[in-house]
Design a protein around this ligand. Structure first.
Ligand code: NAD
Ligand code: MG
Length: 398
């Protein structure tokens, strides 16, 4: 019998968290759920605790934790309920934990992701914002602590699968030395592809969150609609694969079947394809280097019939270029971009900002704030705070 691996799922109540639990449930002989975390949704976490019997459940706040604790004890559950940041760090770094799924959304995921890396775990990274805001610190910690960082973002997981075997993430060799000419990230183009600027000015949060191909949390859905998601992914790819921004192309591919491509110096182009379902990259990373069943249906090429590709529309969706520029500037520029974007997206979801004002806020934050060398966590955190504060001031003044 193979030994069970213990898994902590951060952000268990979210879209990626739920897909992860779906895959884990198919392989109860191989994986056991050690801890589950959520922000405030204690009722949903309660259901998950009854299904998966984790040793620990972690919520952000004490009130929600107390409510969950009472419900669980009424139902005779042995799950221990904890709360707060230190508890998150404890359940990722625990000696018995083998695998951590980092699926908290936004900057809130940085510290627990870093803690998992520093404990040398196998870390499945969905929380792209952690790498965007602190790529240098995270990748340095991966090397220093012998952690394994595996990409869950479908594009990065695809690239990882298309790269030569020996160049797992965190590779220190240049792409050229691995025979790679460039990386091509595919983008669906989001729900608003082809709309006029006037139409884009009127779109609602509900429309932005109705993605044509993927079912995701609200923040990443808005990021997909603005194409900031592809910008964040460009920065994420630079860190994961030791690439420079100019080595990464973006093409719009509305069917979301080709998840990304790697072009080699001999002209070969390798792509990874599949149905747009996050259980594929999750299962891939969980079992890597083996393969396990994910629950995803076979790709029906005849029903798909066409694979279309076109250039991104930078005029209507300026966020992608804002991210590319931040990647080129380096330092804390991506930290500022990420924080300004989080503030702008939250304001758009709260109907305080129109869709077209999202890039305007980000651009102004990038223009006004200085860029520092992100060599310590405090530098990253203060850049993040400065960008959020300025973005909020700009939003309030609109
Ligand atoms: P989601 O909004 O559905 O879920 C987010 C999870 O994080 C929830 O469990 C929530 O309780 C928790 N959370 C939120 N704020 C928190 C806080 N301050 N402290 C602690 N926990 C908090 O988001 P999602 O779509 O599952 O995305 C999660 C991450 O994965 C994001 O970084 C996203 O960019 C990335 N990702 C998602 C997809 C996808 O298909 N959904 C694809 C690629 C990458
Ligand atoms: Mg993606």
């Amino acid at each position: 019998m193979t030994q069970q691996q213990a898994v902590t799922v951060l952000g268990a109540t979210g879209s990626i968290g739920m897909s992860t639990l779906d895959v884990l449930t198919r392989h109860r002989d191989q994986y056991q759920v050690f801890a589950l975390s959520a922000h405030r949704q204690w009722r949903k976490l309660f259901e998950l605790c009854l299904q998966h019997h984790p040793r620990y459940a972690v919520l952000a706040e004490p009130e929600a934790a107390q409510a969950l604790r009472e419900q669980l004890s009424e139902h005779g559950s042995t799950t221990e309920v904890l709360h707060g940041e230190q508890a998150l760090r404890d359940v990722v770094a625990h000696a018995e934990v083998d695998i951590v799924m980092a699926a908290i959304v936004g900057a809130a995921g940085l510290l627990p992701t870093l803690a998992a890396v520093e404990a040398g775990k196998k870390v499945l990274l969905a929380n792209k914002e952690a790498l965007v805001m602190a790529g240098e610190l995270v990748t340095r910690a991966v090397r220093a602590h012998g952690a394994t960082l595996l990409p869950i973002d479908s594009e990065h997981n695809a690239i990882f699968q298309c790269l030569p075997n020996e160049s797992a993430t965190g590779a220190e060799n240049s792409l050229a030395s691995r025979g790679v000419r460039k990386i091509v990230l595919t983008a669906s183009g989001g729900p608003f592809r082809g709309r006029s600027l006037e139409e884009l000015g009127q779109v609602t949060p509900e429309e932005a969150c109705a993605h044509p191909n993927w079912s995701m949390g609200k923040k990443i859905s808005v990021d997909s609609a603005t194409m900031m998601n592809k910008g964040l992914e460009l920065i994420e790819a630079c860190w994961l694969f030791n690439a420079r921004p100019e080595q990464i192309d973006v093409v719009v591919h509305p069917q979301s079947v080709v998840h990304s491509l790697v072009e080699y110096t001999d002209g070969s182009v390798l792509a990874q394809m599949g149905n747009p379902d996050m259980r594929t990259p999750i299962a891939h990373a969980l079992a890597w280097p083996k393969r396990i069943e994910s629950g995803v249906a076979s790709l029906d090429l005849i029903a798909t019939a066409r694979l279309d590709f076109c250039a991104p529309d930078h005029q209507h969706f300026p966020c992608l270029n804002l991210a590319r520029q931040a990647a080129e500037v380096g330092g804390t520029a991506p930290t500022l971009l990420n924080a300004a974007n989080e503030a702008a997206v939250a304001a758009f979801l709260a109907r305080q900002l129109s869709f077209n004002q999202i890039p305007q806020v980000i651009e102004q934050v990038l223009e006004r704030l200085p860029v520092d060398e992100p060599d310590a966590l405090e530098v990253v955190q203060s850049a993040d705070l400065a960008a959020r504060t300025l973005a909020q001031r700009l939003i309030d003044a609109l």
